[in-house]
Design a protein around this ligand. Structure first.
Ligand SMILES: [Zn+2]
Length: 554
């Protein structure tokens, strides 16, 4: 909340908005009759503007104890009514915000509120509304600061691994192909498929990237995207690239994201960019290979084609919308590229046809990349879009039979603080000056490309809210690093109460497997999925309205 009276900053000057509003009202009531009509319009307009500004940032009710007491007692009531759902999960959706540490979650929440014209802090992300939470310890077996490959192996395969390795135990050192054999671990996606469910991956990065990669690949190195990336030792020992494994390991029903280039030979030109070709040395067209022998399989590479896919007539869908990673949400070509939410929506519609249910992995993959670039705005807009997808998934599924887990693989050295007033823009500056008499942004990095060599420049909000503004960093690094602290796990749906306490990250895969009675818990005694109330909320509303209409008419 903006502090009482002193809360409106105009060109660096704090204006006593409430006092201004009252004095203008007073003046207005005394002079309105004597004013020229042109002045009347200007004066009224000004009054409206100030009133709107005031209510946007300042909620009068927050001044009263009753507001906070009521709000908290409602939350208490909700908490008292939380009943664990101990049925089997029919569907599982795992949302992974790559690099989405708790600081990022908070900043994204406030940004979401501010994008809707509110103060922001009081806003709820969709993930905030999940009833069960835990902290996840993210370290890799050989690294305190983890990476996305080792962590993906943990939360998808249930076993912690080394930095940079995918789908193998820590007995396999990074980049040693020969150590892959005998050390493979399988993902919950693979196990769900084995149990008869449909499975899918949706990401804003390339689909061969580390996070989705651990759901289907076993690779001693996360960077072996195409065969042209394999070193001599890997070729000698017949290790396969990740793109090859994407289509040859588990049969995945829906694959959506970037990563076109790794699927085609070097002789194939990209359909969208004249200067880009495929990157395969083996001459294979993996998309063609993937479609071979599949019924109702479609490949698309742009938004219009994706929109035209009829879920009822499609059992397999591959959509690759960029040669490498998808564009940042801030740069997305809305006529060519689907959003994460649009991709996920199509995936759920295709996968949910299976009466045995589905497993879907949805990644907001570029939160991480925005942070690495030292550009908080990019990371946070990705996080807001990620949360929007979580909201849409909630509309398309039922909490009664769908376990939804939201988590991050690791954090970043992103900090968010400084003496900021209520409603301070997330990408703005602190209201007080630093000891060098200059402004500073409340979003900062511990290290990264925003390092300032020499004297720190002053900064104002119009500069710091730019798409490519580099928040200042303490240590010079080309690429900002991951953080080491725990990340949150949010869960709702069947068996989601198992998400509690402080857990090792690989616990997540075990909760998922147990909730759906997948290997190694296939003999679990959980009662079958609860469909009794699996009625869509909007349908329920419609039925209630019809009932009301009926009652009123008799
Ligand atoms: Zn990263």
């Amino acid at each position: 909340m903006c502090p009482l009276l002193l809360d409106w900053r105009y060109k660096g000057t704090l204006v006593c908005r409430k006092a201004l509003l009252y004095s203008m009202l007073l003046l207005y009531s005394h002079t309105i009759n004597t004013m020229a009509s042109k002045h009347k319009i200007i004066f009224t307009g000004l009054l409206v503007l100030i009133s709107v500004q005031w209510t946007l940032c300042f909620s009068e009710e927050e001044l009263h104890a009753s507001y906070w007491n009521n709000k908290a007692s409602q939350a208490l009531h909700t908490a008292l009514n939380v009943q664990p759902n101990v049925h089997q999960a029919k569907n599982i959706i795992l949302f992974l915000g790559d690099g989405m540490g708790v600081t990022t979650v908070t900043a994204a929440r406030i940004l979401k509120g501010q994008m809707a014209g509110k103060s922001g802090e009081e806003t709820s992300l969709v993930m905030d509304t999940f009833p069960h939470l835990a902290l996840s310890k993210t370290y890799n077996v050989d690294q305190q600061m983890p990476d996305s490959a080792g962590t993906a192996t943990a939360y998808l395969c249930g076993v912690k691994a080394n930095y940079g390795t995918l789908g193998v135990t820590a007995a396999a050192p990074r980049s040693k192909c020969s150590a892959t054999y005998g050390n493979e671990v399988t993902s919950v996606l693979h196990r769900a498929k084995k149990a008869g469910k449909s499975v899918g991956i949706v990401t804003t990065t390339r689909v061969q990237h580390a996070s989705p990669g651990a759901s289907y690949a076993h690779s001693a190195d996360r960077d072996w995207y195409a065969d042209s990336d394999l070193p001599p030792e890997a070729i000698r020992n017949r290790c396969r690239d990740i793109a090859y494994q994407l289509i040859n390991n588990t049969e995945i029903n829906v694959i959506l994201g970037g990563g076109r280039q790794y699927m085609f030979p070097k002789t194939t030109q990209d359909p969208e960019y004249a200067n880009i070709t495929g990157s395969r040395n083996d001459g294979q067209d993996l998309v063609k290979e993937w479609r071979r022998n599949k019924m109702n399989a479609k490949y698309v590479w742009n938004k219009a084609e994706l929109a035209a896919v009829n879920p009822a007539a499609t059992d397999f869908l591959m959509g690759l919308f960029e040669p490498k990673d998808c564009r940042y949400e801030l740069d997305r070509d809305k006529s060519m590229d689907p959003s994460l939410t649009e991709m996920m929506e199509k995936a759920i519609k295709i996968l949910s046809k299976n009466p045995k249910g589905f497993f879907l992995f949805v990644e907001g993959g570029r939160i991480d990349q925005g942070h690495h670039a030292g550009k908080a705005k990019r990371a946070l807009y990705e996080a807001v879009e990620f949360d929007r997808a979580i909201g849409r998934a909630a509309e398309l599924t039922s909490e009664l039979d769908t376990l939804t887990v939201v988590t991050a693989d690791h954090s970043h050295v992103f900090s968010f603080g400084g003496k900021s007033a209520r409603g301070n823009p997330v990408l703005g500056v602190s209201r007080t000056l630093a000891d060098d008499k200059k402004h500073f942004t409340t979003a900062l990095y511990g290290n990264g490309p925003g390092y300032v060599n020499g004297t720190r420049p002053d900064v104002n909000e119009s500069v710091s809210s730019g798409n490519d503004y580099l928040q200042q960093a303490t240590v010079p690094l080309d690429s900002e690093t991951h953080g080491i602290e725990d990340v949150a796990i949010f869960a709702k749906g069947p068996m989601s109460h198992l998400i509690h306490g402080v857990q090792e990250q690989n616990y997540i895969a075990h909760v998922i497997a147990y909730s759906a009675c997948l290997e190694p818990y296939e003999n679990c005694t959980l009662p079958p999925p609860n469909h009794a109330g699996a009625i869509h909320p909007s349908l329920l509303l419609l039925l209630m309205s019809l009932l009301l209409l009926f009652l009123c008419s008799v």
